[in-house]
Design a protein around this ligand. Sequence first.
Ligand code: ADP
Ligand code: ADP
Ligand code: MG
Length: 657
Amino acid sequence: MFTKILIANRGEIAARVARSARAMGVRTVAVYSEADAAAVHVAACDEAVPIGPAAVAESYLKADRIIAAARATGAEAIHPGYGFLSENPDFVEAVEAAGLVFIGPSASAIRAMGLKDAAKALMEEAGVPVVPGYHGEEQDPHFLAGEADAIGYPVLIKARAGGGGKGMRRVDDPKDFAEALAGAQREGQASFGDGRVLIEKYITSPRHIEIQVFGDGHGNAVHLFERDCSLQRRHQKVIEEAPAPGMTAEMREAMGAAAVRAARAIGYSGAGTVEFIVDGSDGLRPDRFWFMEMNTRLQVEHPVTEAITGLDLVDLQLRVAAGAPLPVTQDDLSITGHSVEARLYAEDPAKGFLPQTGRLHRLRLPDARARIDSGVREGDVVTPHYDPMIAKVITHGATRAEALGKLHDALAASEIAGCTTNAAFLQRLVRHPVFAAGEMDTGLIDRELDALTAPLPPMREAPALAALSLLGLDAPRAGLIGANDGFRLWGPEVRDVTLKAGEEDHPLSLAIHGHGRFSVTDGEGTYALTLVGGRYAADDGPRRPVSFARVGASVTVIAGGRAAAFHIPDPEAAADAAEAADVVTAPMPGLVKLVSVAAGDRVEEGAALIVMEAMKMEHRLTAPRAGVVAELLCAEGAQVEDGAILLRLEEEETADA
Ligand code: ADP
Ligand code: ADP
Ligand code: MG
């Protein structure tokens, strides 16, 4: 086995590879761009080497710098992850020329599968069924239009060098062919430097079912069963699962054998995926699946295969790359239960899934309920430089229904603030009756897009909860709520406040009754609200968990798998409101270094109260006004959250009374 490997990637996959390497006692070297100096994947590795500016062309795609980093650190092998250089045969050759091992297939195997047209021709020869269509050399538009007629509409035009769903156009009507062809060629040229295309019959009721294969350099090749990746948007996978719903032993046998044939045909070594398109209009039938392409790398969705087989695919990759034979034979392999993965992204489904950027002020993913593969942590920034994936959420259950139920609950329990995400969209998708019944095809998301992305009805209590947080009345610590938080003997104190959600105003009136009880008057009327110990309830309704992510005069209310952001429009008003609330809160997450006052102390306005340390800088917190320290809610050495109440002041008169 290797003693040290370099991981030529970033984000969740780099961290995930490091995890298995560490478990095997293999030391790891990360590479990172200027934007990633403090990234999760750097922390996950034993050493790290900077390789250039944020732009991928200047860093993660710089083969020479990555190879130099491996040599400088004494790494013996390079794991490419997925994307970036993982399917670049020139990189493989350069790695080998430098005397290092590429953890993946040979350059020739990658080349054989690198272009979709050549790969299909090769597969036809190997006796693997391929999608009917044209995948020859001739690229004349009139000729291609004739081929499309012969194939029969609808057809799919694909850039032969394409990947990630790019360079693809479905054409339903011959009159649209010329324009679609030009589009696919342009996209192929722009994205992959190759404008040549192939044309395929567009399979109706298409299901995407792929087979995980594994080969070694000793003539062994096995398959690790199938994954169903039919839930797609723009030809990109959204939710994946294993096994495929409705799969029969006969179909699995036929697809597995075809995939192993494909792998053997190119002398495949390492992990790979053979992707098939399946006509699911009449159930799964062994004469209705066709080869689409082979991905000669570890796949994003490999964890669902790990969950049902109990194998660690990265562990196997390292063993095979180090020259060991595959430790398993086909007969050793079996399926246990069902697994689902959702790709959680910083993107806005309501705005055409526009990628989002921003700082993740809150990121709590329920890792006790699900396997979470993530490349970011709370406080990290999702930048425009890279894929905006936040995490892969993977669950496993005895049955498909159980795995889906767990996935839904895990998504609902996620707390994310700072970026709009697809979490609510994913939750709806998981609950969609057609998907729940296992009857999806690749067009399901598109057909149901409006329902899946429609804004949720607003949660009535959200603005009031946001206001309580901004006023410091959310008492983040259960049990420390003062008996007189805002309570006045002569009746409840009333605060009027207007919050904004985007451009929308939410005027509110809050009557404070103490002990976490409030009356809220909004545009609809008045209702009772309680907020105690991280749970809220409206009128006599059930108590539900809520959490707040505060940054200055903004707060995100997170409840029931939803997040709603509010702010106080005028920062001065926010400061006044906070002051009126008699509390001193932590302006950011950090360490309480010094507390210079004690309960009962009289303080003047501007007096030093607390020194906090965050990001290696000290921040002095001072008294917003003169008063008496009623309660000290933190101690020196304590790590506190952003917005936590550290100290409460009261009027001198009240204290004297
Ligand atoms: P998977 O089946 O593993 O999801 P994808 O085709 O979606 O495979 O690609 C996996 C990752 O690799 C994605 O992050 C995608 O953006 C990236 N990727 C795929 N093809 C390319 C390519 N040709 N160039 C750069 N990145 C790519
Ligand atoms: P990429 O390299 O971008 O992943 P693929 O050839 O794997 O390209 O196709 C991506 C997706 O497009 C598939 O997962 C499938 O949903 C759809 N697709 C591809 N070929 C066909 C086809 N012939 N008929 C119907 N859908 C197809
Ligand atoms: Mg594909």
